[in-house]
Design a protein around this ligand. Structure first.
Ligand code: NAD
Length: 245
C-alpha cells in the first residue's frame, strides 16, 4: 500500500522541493498551503501529470480547527497518514527592542502552535492508533546558534528543536520517530530581502561558499522519513554547507 505524506507550506520553496522528493518515492501527497492557492494548484497538476496521487488543502495552521479539518480531509482522501513534515513558517528581521507583542504572538502561533496543532492532530487521529509514523520538523540553524535581529525567529525555531527531542522520547514506545532538520541559508523567497552585500557576507561564513538549494534540504527530509532511518529519532540534522559545525 502506498504511504501518505502531509507537507505544510508546500506551495513553494523548501516545501515544494520536499513534495517533489516524496513524489519520486511514490507517496500519496497532501500539499498544504496558506495563501498561495495558485502555486499549490500548479504543483498539484505537475505531480498528477507524473501519476502521483496528490491533494491540496488550504489552512492557517495557527488555527486548531482548520488543522483538524485538514487531517480529517487527508484521512478521508487517502485513508492513511504516515509522514508529517512541519515545514510552514514565517521569518522577521527586527531589532529586539522593536518586536511588538503582536509580532511575538504571530511568530509563536505559526511556528510553535502550528507545529503543535498539526503534529497532535495527526497523532490523535491516526498515528498513535497505527503505532507507526515519522514526524519531521523544519527548524533552522538560527534555532541552534541564534541570529542577531532575528530573536523572534530564533526563539521559535529553538522551541521546535525542544519539541522534537521531548516528543521523540515520549513517542518511542509507539514506534513513531520525530526528527528536526535545521537548514542553513537556502535560496528561497524567505531570503529575498537580503541585499547583495549581505548575501556575500553570509557566503564568506559558509565553508562550501554558497547558499543551499531547497532540493538539498528535501533529500535529508526524504531520508529521515525512510526505513533507512529506522533507528534515527530525536535528532537534529543540519544541511548548512558547514556554516554551523
Ligand atoms: P517560504 O516563505 O517559501 O515558505 C514558508 C511557507 O510557510 C509558505 O508556503 C507559507 O505559505 C507558509 N506559511 C506561513 N504562514 C503560514 C500559516 N499561518 N499557516 C500555514 N502556512 C503558513 O520559505 P522557505 O524558505 O521555503 O521556508 C520553509 C521552512 O524552512 C520554514 O519553516 C523556514 O523557517 C525554514 N528555513 C528556511 C531557511 C531558508 O534559508 N530559506 C533556512 C532555515 C529554515
Amino acid at each position: 500500500m502506498k504511504k501518505t505524506v502531509l507537507i505544510t507550506g508546500a506551495a513553494k520553496g523548501i516545501g515544494r522541493a520536499i513534495a517533489y522528493e516524496f513524489a519520486k518515492q511514490e507517496y500519496q501527497i497532501c500539499i498544504h498551503y496558506h495563501t498561495s492557492f495558485d502555486l499549490a494548484k500548479k504543483l498539484q497538476e505537475e505531480l498528477q501529470e507524473q501519476g502521483v496521487s496528490c491533494m491540496i488543502y488550504g489552512a492557517d495552521i495557527s488555527s486548531r480547527k482548520e488543522v483538524d479539518n485538514m487531517i480529517d480531509s487527508v484521512l478521508s482522501t487517502f485513508g492513511s497518514l504516515d509522514v508529517v513534515v512541519n515545514n510552514a513558517g514565517i521569518c522577521e528581521y527586527k531589532l529586539f527592542t522593536d518586536i511588538t507583542e503582536q509580532d511575538l504572538n504571530e511568530m509563536l502561533d505559526v511556528t510553535v502552535a502550528g507545529t503543535f496543532h498539526v503534529t497532535q492532530s495527526a497523532l490523535k487521529k491516526y498515528m498513535l492508533h497505527q503505532k507507526s509514523g515519522s514526524i519531521i520538523n523544519i527548524s533552522s540553524i538560527w534555532g541552534m546558534v541564534g541570529a542577531s535581529c532575528e530573536v523572534n525567529y530564533s526563539t521559535s525555531k529553538a522551541a521546535i528543536i525542544g519539541m522534537t527531542k521531548a516528543l521523540a522520547k515520549e513517542l518511542g514506545l509507539s514506534n513513531i520517530r520525530v526528527n528536526a532538520v535545521t537548514p542553513g541559508v537556502i535560496q528561497t523567497d524567505m531570503n529575498q530581502k537580503l541585499t547583495e552585500e549581505e548575501c556575500e557576507a553570509l557566503k564568506e561564513e559558509i565553508p562550501l561558499s554558497r547558499f543551499g538549494s531547497p532540493e538539498e534540504v528535501a533529500t535529508v527530509v526524504r531520508f529521515l522519513a525512510s526505513d533507512e532511518a529506522s533507528y534515527i529519532t530525536g535528532q537534529v540534522i543540519s544541511p548548512n554547507g558547514g556554516m554551523v559545525i
